[in-house]
Unconditional design. Structure first.
Ligand SMILES: Cc1cc2nc3c(=O)[nH]c(=O)nc-3n(C[C@H](O)[C@H](O)[C@H](O)COP(=O)(O)OP(=O)(O)OC[C@H]3O[C@@H](n4cnc5c(N)ncnc54)[C@H](O)[C@@H]3O)c2cc1C
Length: 404
């Protein structure tokens, strides 16, 4: 390709018959989930029906190989489309998938050995087990290399000591991917699959979040937690690579979910503006209300295109993981998609609340839920400040990295 041109000739927006069938199944599961999700959200409790409904529909392992349990073997574009629909139901529902499927099972699929994949993906895709991803600690967020969780090897096991906090699915997960340094070292980070029933493992739900009421967020405590040797995930000392690769897929899931949030906000605002009358006409006929709808519509399409482009590049990267420049390109595209989609989904929710007026201020209505829930998308899986710098460095070059 000559310089100055971008090769997107393989990017295809036509839906295949297989995609249509699958997305109809996702849509049906989302509709079935809604009544229980409404109840759980207003009662501020985790909705266990997510696991049941999507498990029964065989949709918990969409991007996982068909070789394992209910894996559907979808590519990343199809998975992103499904996550858009799931995100429309709410950021809490989508966050369950981000923790379980994108950060959990996809990471095991990429880095696990045959026995780990057989053991964890077969049950995870069926919803028999739920996964979480534990990187963040009380003292290590944007700077994961500063984490202090550590391990020693004892009697053929890894014994882990540390605390992971703000972990999605953290207190309901059956297994979590945990990152730790060898005791006394600041290099050689390792990733482990730690089962909930391991001695020394405990977890607590984080209460009083500003939103995301039906999603579980927890703190995981590892106190002399003994993990079998075979639960080391990926090569010894490559934990950081495992973590960063997981974050690519996690960020893509956030971007796709945010597109769904915007779709819901647009639908809700348009419906309300088509029935509410003030000053003798439908509010949808007032130009300043139309402006809200117009801006959300433009941002939605832009976010969707960024997300699908990122998903397409990510798929290419997964098919050719040795191509470093493809990885860098996919990483930057995912960062751009998440950065834009997270900001514009929050803006879309804010505008939908405005269109609803006082009714927008009630959690009984969907715009208010999206407003408080989508805020986290600018924080988790790489804050927007971190992503903004990553995007800038992708333009300026590595010499301009402002942190390591
Ligand atoms: C609901 C929820 C669910 C989550 N789920 C998970 C999960 O499943 N697994 C997991 O591991 N973590 C999870 N997290 C944690 C999340 O990934 C972290 O909160 C995030 O990485 C930011 O870390 P921090 O909160 O420690 O903020 P800090 O890193 O302390 O950042 C504070 C502020 O400083 C800014 N900042 C920091 N460094 C820089 C820099 N170099 N340049 C410019 N600005 C900077 C940040 O952008 C931010 O604005 C979750 C968080 C929430 C709220």
């Amino acid at each position: 390709m000559p310089e100055g041109f971008v090769n997107i000739s393989g990017l295809n927006f036509e839906q295949t018959d297989d995609q249509r069938v699958l997305l109809e199944q996702v849509d049906r599961a989302c509709r079935e989930l809604r009544p229980s999700e409404d109840r759980a959200y207003l009662e501020h409790r985790f909705n266990p029906e997510v696991r049941k409904v999507f498990g029964a529909a065989h949709l918990l392992g969409l991007p996982i190989s068909r070789q394992y349990g209910d894996g559907q073997g979808t590519d990343m574009m199809t998975y992103a489309m499904a996550l858009e629909r799931i995100g429309k139901e709410g950021t809490g529902v989508r966050t369950f998938f981000s923790g379980h499927t994108s950060l959990g099972m996809l990471t095991i699929q990429k880095w696990g050995d045959d026995a780990q994949k057989e053991r964890y993906l077969s049950s995870g895709t069926k919803g028999k087990e739920v996964f979480a991803f534990g990187l963040t600690e009380p003292g290590a967020g944007s700077e994961p290399t500063s984490l202090v969780t550590n391990f020693v090897e004892q009697d053929g096991k890894f014994v882990i000591e540390g605390v992971k906090t703000w972990i999605s699915n953290g207190s309901i997960a059956d297994s979590a991917i945990i990152f730790a340094y060898p005791k006394g070292k600041k290099e050689g980070m390792c990733a482990f699959i730690v089962d909930r029933d391991s001695p020394g493992f405990s977890a607590k739900t984080i209460e009083n979040k500003m939103g995301l009421y039906s999603s579980d967020t927890g703190t995981i405590y590892l106190e002399n937690c003994a993990v079998p040797r075979e639960n080391l995930l990926g090569p010894r000392g490559k934990g950081l690579s495992v973590g960063y690769s997981a974050l690519m897929s996690g960020r893509l899931s956030v971007a796709a979910g945010c597109v769904g949030v915007m779709r819901d906000c647009l639908d809700e605002a348009a419906s309300y503006a088509s029935v509410r009358v003030q000053h003798g006409k439908l509010i949808g006929r007032h130009q300043l209300v139309q402006r809200h709808i117009g801006i959300v519509s433009v941002n939605l399409e832009a976010a969707r295109l960024l997300t699908f482009h990122a998903a397409w590049l990510y798929q290419k990267h997964l098919e050719d993981p040795e191509d470093r420049s493809l990885r860098t390109e996919a990483d930057a595209a995912i960062a751009r998609a998440k950065f834009h989609a997270s900001r514009s989904s929050f803006d879309a929710a804010n505008r939908a609340v405005q269109v609803f007026g006082a009714n927008g201020y009630s959690l009984e209505n969907r715009p208010a839920r999206h407003l408080v829930d989508s805020r986290v998308c600018q924080i988790y899986e790489g804050t927007n400040e971190i992503l903004e710098q990553k995007i800038a460095v992708s333009v300026l070059g590595k010499d301009f990295e402002s942190y390591s």
